[in-house]
Design a protein around this ligand. Structure first.
Ligand code: SF4
Length: 740
């Protein structure tokens, strides 16, 4: 007796055939790992069905062998046929392939109209107003091509015109959109990394740390979030398990996360037991049991609704049905198969995914619309760009043999399914570019959309505004660092949010050296260099080559220390390139600037001082203070290093909202300061020297005091100094709502 194969089983068989073929034909080349064989299998399977539907014998393809794709498909199809005959398999024809001849759209159909709108948002607004108007009665459908991606915008616009009870948006929800399922797959992926020794991405670990679908979430939610915050500032972007364990132990990062640590230990123990087995490939049932054991360690899904768990079981059931086709395989393939299936299987038992036949207005995507009947239909997005996407042909079949679901056929079907009016709207612009309407509707008459405003009951929301730009008074009198002054000058709201409320975006550990880290390395290199030589006269005894070598050794030392913290992001090549780059910058700076100066000795390096601004005290750290011997006088010179050229441009030193207040405040910490220098250590070194600054001292003192006092008094107005330019560097846009 023949056994019926489901879609995934067929596709799995096609995939096996394709992988086998590639391994045989391209022996020695690792082609397969670069190909999405599952997608290739889907196309081949579609091609096979098209041939069957139209009763086209496989041998017809022989005369098209000049086409390599057709030739490959011919071979795969023969293998597929052999397998199916050998094991008595029977195909299932997918619903989306229909044996219909292409019809021409009736361009003179009096029920069909076209309607032009400025852009997609205007189209959606027009469709929503039309759906609300009295002209429309009976069941109406609104078809939106990429509904899944713009679901939130659609809901927002329609809710402005219609009550929730009047419309429904039905989108197909796939299993891979469910958090619960994604977390289960994530746990398996981390297990696989442990087993294979591969690195775990921090972002993945962070998702595990913050998920509510594992044990102890209610109890440890805030301590896990805090642990996430601490780790982000102190961890590489990817790492192995041992590195993570070490990190967790440093500085007691995991304080108050006992449950999380306990489940991680139990998870590791289970994996150690698994590794003792030493066999990497197993059948489907083994991996399902393994997966259950691993998920149990995390108490995954405990307390979740039954229908959510059922969706996971559906996924595992589908996977188990592939037992014959997958054979013995490793954990990686198990995970890959689950991911692939979760992208294709629909979520069951989630209410808002269903078409609601009781509601008069159904907003659907095109696939759903083809299964329904309406009295009136509005189809959005009828531009030539969008609609031409439907004219897709299968790459494995000669084009002249294909009769696909073309745009024409889809439109004709939609018209046939609608009893009254069909309106095809199209945007005049997509992403700012002018577009045309699809050729399919060029001959449709223009729709005259007249709205009776009384018909359209726009929801009236009256907002009451109360402006308050002040935060409570800050009782502190001692401040650390000058950052609060800089931010207060740039935008008072930013200073208050970042310093007082400690609002900051979570750091994303990166795979490269960030600009701030590069700046820190450069600062350290200069500090160690001058810390060793201490005086210009000593450095002058060295040749440029010796200075370069000294700097290179120092930079290497710093980078090697950094590599211990970030082993994955700093490989040997990056280390070498970065060491040379930083050394060249520092050497060039010393050569062009330092060696041409009057003799000096280093008095302070990265030294801490406290500055008094009336009743306020500010703790600061200065990059460098040199003592210059000018005959009888011993004068001081303050240097502030910058690592970006733009950072020292265009200073108006009398501006009360000064861009770089550090240098000003440094000038107040010591007597006998002769010069203040901003030094950009960049490819073309640049310096700003302030020599006659004493006359500005009183102005600066007052400006700095005002900035500090404003901060203390809670002046927190949203007022970016350079408008959008200031905001570009700031990550608080959603908090201050400057653009609303
Ligand atoms: S985004 Fe602009 S206005 Fe908002 S806090 Fe930042 S700098 Fe100020």
């Amino acid at each position: 007796m023949k056994s019926l194969q489901n879609r995934f089983q067929q596709q799995c068989l096609w995939e096996n055939i394709i992988v086998e073929w590639f391994n045989r034909e391209k022996a020695g080349l690792d082609f397969v790992s670069y190909l999405d064989c599952w997608q290739l299998a889907a196309k081949a399977m579609d091609a096979w069905h098209i041939l069957n539907i139209y009763h086209i014998p496989l041998t017809v393809l022989e005369k098209y062998f000049w086409n390599k794709e057709v030739q490959s498909f011919f071979r795969w199809a023969n293998s597929y046929k052999l397998h199916s005959e050998q094991f008595n398999y029977l195909d299932q024809i997918p619903e989306n392939i229909r044996p219909v001849d292409v019809k021409k759209v009736n361009n003179f159909n009096p029920r069909c109209f076209k309607f032009a709108c400025g852009d997609l948002i205007k189209e959606l607004n027009a469709a929503a107003k039309w759906a609300k108007s009295k002209e429309v009665f009976g069941k109406s459908g609104i078809v939106i091509l990429n509904l899944e991606q713009i679901y939130l915008e659609v809901d927002y616009i329609f809710s402005n015109f219609l009550d929730e009870s009047e419309y429904t948006i039905s989108i197909p929800v796939k299993l891979n959109t469910m958090q619960l399922i994604n977390i289960a797959i994530l746990i398996l992926q981390i297990a696989n990394c442990y087993i294979t020794g591969d690195n775990i991405k921090y972002e993945d670990f962070s998702r595990l740390l913050r998920t509510k679908f594992i044990a102890g979430f209610d109890l440890e939610f805030s301590s896990r979030s805090y642990m996430d915050y601490l780790l982000r500032n102190n961890i590489d972007y990817e790492f192995n398990w041992q590195y993570l364990v070490n990190k967790l132990q440093i500085n007691n990062v995991h304080a108050n996360c006992d449950v999380f640590i306990k489940i991680c230990n139990a998870f590791e123990q289970e994996l150690i037991i698994h590794l003792e087995d030493q066999i990497t490939k197993h059948n489907c049932q083994y991996w399902v049991n393994f997966c259950n054991k691993i998920l149990q360690k995390f108490c995954w899904g405990e307390g979740s609704e039954e229908n959510l768990i059922n969706n996971w079981n559906i996924l595992l059931d589908q996977y188990l049905k592939l037992t014959t086709f997958l054979g013995e395989h490793d954990l990686g393939r198990f995970i890959k198969t689950l991911i692939t299936l979760s992208k294709e299987l629909d979520v069951k038992a989630i209410t808002n995914t269903k078409i609601d036949h009781k509601k008069n207005i159904n907003i659907v995507n095109i696939q759903a619309a083809l299964q329904l009947q309406f009295d009136n239909l509005w189809i959005c997005g009828f531009s030539d760009i969008n609609w031409s996407e439907f004219n897709q042909f299968n790459p494995f079949l000669p084009i002249d043999l294909q009769k696909t679901n073309s745009g024409e056929e889809i439109l004709q079907k939609l018209i046939d399914l609608t009893s009254r009016l069909v309106i095809c709207s199209y945007p005049l612009y997509i992403d700012g570019n002018l577009v045309q309407c699809s050729k399919l509707i060029t001959n449709f008459p223009e729709f005259n959309l007249k709205f009776n405003l009384e018909d359209i009951c726009l929801k009236q929301i009256t907002l009451e505004y109360y402006e308050d730009h002040s935060a409570p008074i800050y009782n502190k009198k001692l401040f650390s660092g000058t950052k609060f002054l800089k931010l207060q000058a740039a935008c008072p709201f930013q200073a208050n949010a970042k310093i007082r409320l400690q609002a900051e975006n979570l750091k994303v550990p990166s795979s490269y050296l960030e600009a701030t880290t590069k700046g820190e390395i450069l600062h350290k290199t200069m500090e160690r260099f001058w810390g060793k030589y201490k005086a210009l006269s000593v450095v002058k005894q060295l040749s440029i080559e010796e200075i370069y070598k000294e700097l290179l050794d120092i930079t290497n030392e710093i980078l090697i220390d950094l590599k211990k913290l970030r082993p994955a992001s700093l490989n040997e090549v990056i280390l070498k390139i970065e060491a040379i780059r930083i050394t060249k910058l520092c050497c060039n700076f010393i050569k062009t600037y330092e060696l041409n100066r009057t003799n000096f000795i280093i008095l302070y390096l990265e030294n801490k001082f406290t500055v008094k601004l009336k009743e306020l005290l500010i703790k600061i750290k200065i990059d460098r203070v040199d003592q210059v011997n000018n005959g009888s006088d011993l004068n001081l010179l303050i240097i502030d290093y910058k690592t970006g050229k733009s950072l020292i441009n265009n200073h108006n030193w009398q501006d009360p909202r000064i861009d770089d207040p550090q240098l000003l405040i440094y000038s107040l910490c010591l007597a006998n300061i002769e010069e203040l220098i901003l030094a950009a250590i960049t490819a073309s070194p640049k310096f700003i020297t302030l020599s006659n600054w004493q006359e500005l001292k009183d102005v600066w003192y007052e400006s700095l005091y005002k900035l500090a006092k404003d901060f203390q008094n809670g002046v927190a107005i949203v007022d970016p100094k350079y408008g959008a330019i200031t905001c570009r560097q700031c990550d608080l846009k959603y908090m201050c709502r400057v653009f609303e």
